[in-house]
Design a protein around this ligand. Structure first.
Ligand code: HEC
Length: 184
């Protein structure tokens, strides 16, 4: 490897790490408060919340990595499409339910929007600056921990396909990931 390539490699890695840091920071705003329904000392709820935090980190890092390394022009397979396919497969398997949704009112695909009251309220809270919106609900077969977490415009490349993201303010939420994991 020629030294010049090595330097470029280091720059690329540093740039990606900065972006990854931006993504994880978006989950860790100090003012993040659990919604009333989840304010409890229940260790099972705490475990479910931790699982979602871990998944959120993995999924968001994957989207940034794919966009950074594999998406070079509009014809490349977008990380958004990869995430939708992955989330459908994981949800179908029954590990947890997870969806990628729009927060701008102009989704690339009509289906990627908040569906129920919880997701709609979550998008509104994230747009207002909250770092997470969460709730524990009774569902078939037991309790589910639900959460929506924000996706900001982390890279300039996002604008290549989502042109209206160019109007987003710094750290503005343009999308969200919606989770439902069993409390057990
Ligand atoms: C190469 C084009 C492309 C790039 C670059 C891209 N996306 Fe997407 N994005 C898409 C497509 C296509 C979909 C719809 C995927 C589906 O439903 O199968 C999508 C879906 C989404 C969604 C779900 C809501 C919607 O609009 O349908 C979000 C949120 C999203 N992308 C965010 C991002 C972010 C953040 C980035 C930058 C890290 C990014 N995208 C980069 C093409 C792209």
């Amino acid at each position: 490897m020629q030294p010049v390539y090595r330097i470029l490699g280091v720059v690329a890695v540093t740039a990606s790490l900065a972006m990854l840091a931006a993504v994880s920071q978006s989950n860790e705003k100090p003012d993040a408060k659990p919604s009333a329904a989840t304010r409890s000392d229940d260790p099972a709820v705490a475990r479910a919340r931790k699982t979602v935090q871990m998944l959120d980190d993995i999924y968001k890092n994957a989207v940034v990595l794919i966009t950074d390394k594999y998406v070079h022009d509009e014809d490349d397979f977008p990380a958004g499409s990869a995430a939708v396919a992955l989330f459908e497969a994981i949800s179908k398997k029954g590990w947890h339910q997870v969806r990628l949704i729009d927060a701008t009112g102009q989704p690339y695909e009509e289906k990627n929007v908040a569906r129920d009251d919880f997701e709609k309220a979550g998008i509104a809270r994230l747009k207002a600056g909250d770092a997470i919106y969460e709730q524990v609900v009774e569902a078939d077969g037991g309790r589910q921990y639900r959460a929506v977490t924000p996706i900001p415009v982390v890279m300039q490349k996002c604008v290549m396909c989502h042109a209206h993201y160019a109007n987003a303010k710094k750290n503005e939420t343009v999308g969200a990931i919606s989770y439902s994991v069993p409390v057990e």
